[in-house]
Design a protein around this ligand. Structure first.
Ligand code: SF4
Length: 722
């Protein structure tokens, strides 16, 4: 018998590594193997991708709907009963309190088809403006800054393959050695080719160990750092005056702002010595081409848009944007973080990256959807603001592909808000910490069990293919929306007809809805995606033949009205919460290689748990000595929002004024219990990367790390299927 090999992509991060799947010999699940012809990862996978099939197993994932019984327990139920309850729960609140009393919360892991359908579902089936998604927590500051400067936001405006051929890369607040290990080869090849790598990170991460120069600013000060570098660029006469004149606007104001940031002043703010600033400028400016790549470090701040803008200004002043092998890019995090932010699950957005406030965009999309443009609601609240309003004017929530009980800032407060809802429905693969609070949990298909498209951090649209038949008892998110629409239609309007269940049919509609928009997918088809290694948007439908897609943006002009990039003048300001006497240390948060985001899936994989069994507090030996904590002993981290406890991990790789916690775990070690929801005024992104805390040794009788791990593991138990 011939083995069926399905070429597809990883379910996790935005690198979207190619992989092959074959049915497992015992008939249960799939086996992952190398897909060497996919150019981005050339067969390489990290442990998360390799072990992804473990989450397909019964006993790990949900295989039956769950409803809350009269005693308050979640118990198995039929789909008919569960869907009926959700229809009545959402519809009843809509009809009693108005459409905006129902919220919808999506995720950056949803396929393009699901993200598109969810935005449409909120605005057409429910009529609510209250929709946003967890991608707001991930890279919305880079998106906002990119739109301001270039008139368009696409994570990387060039393919990853350009990185080894440029002269210098400044990697700001990014740790690809842990977050997307197969991508590290692009940076090692850069160095092998004679280029240099500068890493900006408060921690000496695994990525920083590969750098030619590591700058370790205090968390929340990389805006000042970028301004200091721009100051030196100007002072040393390294600006590209012809480029500034011909391809940009707004330089003089930006120049003046940068000149107020003297290197010595910047050293005082950031802790980065002036000679290192000068060395960074030399390495960045001497080669013909160079890049700046940012990730969550500069973005997850209450001044994230300005911080990314400052790095873009550095690129523009030196002529390093919209030129071959030069540019600014954002390393998007979630699997479909890019596509998920283009097709309408964002509060202010319609498909194709159109604006909900634009009358022409409303008319176009309403035409595709077959509704009156006047019936489309306006923009709603951003993710944190939406979650913070739960239980107040938002009384019911439909949540898909997200786990805010672990991933939201000020998580204990948000957990309380979720608990105060009148009705919560969650669609998920596993019983996440948030799903465990739901009135109804709908088990949905995942990754290898369904077909759909994602858009990688390069703006490369990819086809994920179904490799195995899903277990009985689960349905796809598209089927769920179809069924719920049938229950939410008024006066026999057959609303479900607007919500097809076939992913390709949804994609065909998405193509039409995106046509002419900034993220134009109209020239992309499933057939093309099956034959090619992805297609870069924009890819408009072209009557004269297939459009080749656009791997490299801005080479001729930027996407602004006059084709010029915009300098945006910015100045340093402090984090929303600076250390003081009561909370003298800075906390920054991030990821570890063996876990992914809120850990809802990866914490269910034995191999990954063995590698990363639980949370920890990384701190410098001097700080550990001051509070009397030894390696492995529990330490309490306390902020104005709560307290978390985890074992100490003592290392000189972190600044003595800073501690680090990974955010993948629930329970006592939940890092987001501590984080500050202060929002960036433009992107509405919370400040995960810097808040003030104090540390305390944990006294006898308080939870130990072992007890914490046992409690977290117990929380994973899945109710039996009927
Ligand atoms: Fe999957 Fe990302 Fe790992 Fe690649 S790097 S295997 S996409 S988690």
């Amino acid at each position: 018998m011939r083995e069926t090999v399905t070429p597809t992509h990883c379910p996790y991060c935005a690198l979207q590594c190619g992989m092959n799947l074959t049915p497992a010999p015992d008939g249960r699940g799939v086996v992952v193997s190398e897909r060497t012809e996919f150019p981005v990862n050339r067969g390489a996978l990290c442990g998360k991708g390799r072990t992804a099939p473990a989450v397909l197993a019964a006993g790990v994932r949900l295989t039956s709907p769950l409803v809350r019984d009269e005693g308050g327990a979640l118990v198995p139920a039929s789909w008919e009963e569960a869907l009926g309850r959700v229809g009545r729960g959402l519809g009843g609140i809509r009809d009693t309190y108005g459409a905006d009393a129902v919220g919808v919360f999506g995720g950056g892991g949803l396929t393009n088809e699901k993200a598109y359908a969810l935005g449409k579902f909120a605005r057409v089936a429910l009529g609510t403006s209250q929709i946003d998604y967890n991608g707001r927590f991930c890279m919305s500051s880079a998106a906002a800054a990119g739109n301001l400067a270039f008139g368009l936001d696409r994570g990387l405006p060039f393919p990853l393959e350009d990185i080894p051929r440029t002269g210098c890369v400044i990697l700001v607040g990014s740790n690809p050695a842990e977050t997307m290990p197969p991508s590290l080869r692009y940076f090692t090849e850069l160095r092998e080719n004679g280029g240099t790598l500068i890493v900006v990170d408060p921690r000496r991460t695994k990525t920083a160990e590969h750098a030619d120069l590591h700058l370790a600013p205090r968390p929340g000060t990389d805006l000042a750092l970028a301004l200091g570098l721009l100051h030196l660029v100007v002072a040393e006469g390294r600006t590209d005056e012809a480029y500034i004149r011909e391809r940009t606007g707004g330089w003089e104001e930006t120049r003046a702002a940068a000149m107020a940031h003297w290197p010595e002043y910047v050293e005082r703010i950031t802790g980065v010595p002036v000679p290192q600033l000068r060395e960074a400028v030399r390495l960045f400016c001497e080669p013909e081409a160079a890049m700046v790549l940012t990730a969550r470090g500069p973005e997850q701040q209450s001044k994230g848009t300005d911080t990314v803008g400052a790095w873009i200004n550095l690129c523009l002043a030196t002529g390093r944007a919209g030129r071959p092998l030069s540019g600014y890019g954002c390393l998007t995090g979630q699997g479909n973080g890019q596509g998920g932010r283009e097709h309408g699950q964002k509060a202010d957005q319609l498909p194709g990256y159109r604006k909900l406030t634009d009358p022409a965009a409303r008319a176009h999309v309403a035409g595709v959807w077959g509704v009156d443009p006047d019936t489309l609601p306006g923009p709603g609240r951003s993710a944190y603001e939406l979650l913070d309003a739960l239980g107040t004017d938002i009384r019911a929530l439909l949540l898909m592909g997200s786990n805010p009980v672990v991933s939201a800032p000020r998580a204990a407060h948000i957990e309380g808000r979720i608990r105060s809802l009148d009705f919560l429905a969650v669609c998920d693969v596993v019983l996440s910490e948030t799903a465990a609070l739901a009135d109804v949990v709908l088990p949905v298909t995942q990754w290898a069990e369904e077909t759909g498209t994602t858009t990688s951090l390069e703006g490369r649209v990819l086809l994920r293919r179904r490799a195995i038949t899903p277990p009985e008892g689960v349905r796809s998110d598209l089927e769920v929306m179809h069924e719920l629409a049938a229950r939410l239609g008024r006066d026999g309007e057959n609303l479900e007809k607007k919500f097809p269940t076939d992913p390709e049919e949804v994609f065909e509609e998405l193509r039409r809805a995106s046509a002419g928009g900034p993220a134009d997918y109209s020239g992309i088809t499933y057939r093309r995606l099956a034959e090619e290694s992805g297609v870069f948007w924009p890819c408009p439908a072209d009557a004269s033949g297939p459009h080749p897609g656009t791997p490299r943006l801005f080479l001729d002009r930027f996407a602004t009205g006059d084709g010029r990039a915009r300098f945006v003048p910015v100045s340093h300001r402090a984090a929303a919460e600076e250390p003081d006497e009561a909370y003298p240390v800075l906390l920054t948060t991030g990821r570890v290689v063996a876990q992914y985001q809120s850990g809802a899936q990866t914490r269910r994989v034995d191999e990954l748990n063995a590698a990363a069994p639980g949370p920890f507090v990384e701190l410098h030996p001097r700080l550990a000595e001051r509070i009397g904590v030894a390696e492995g002993e529990p330490v309490a981290v306390v902020s104005r929002r709560g307290r978390a406890v985890a074992p100490a991990r003592i290392t000189t790789a972190i600044r003595p004024d800073t501690v680090f916690m990974p955010f993948h775990w629930a329970g006592e070690g939940r890092a987001n219990t501590l984080t500050n929801p202060a929002l960036d005024p433009t992107s509405r992104m919370p400040e995960f990367k810097a808040c003030a805390v104090r540390l305390e040794a944990v006294e006898a009788g308080q939870p130990t790390p072992t007890a914490l791990q046992a409690a977290a593991t117990a929380a994973y138990s899945v109710p039996p299927s009927p």
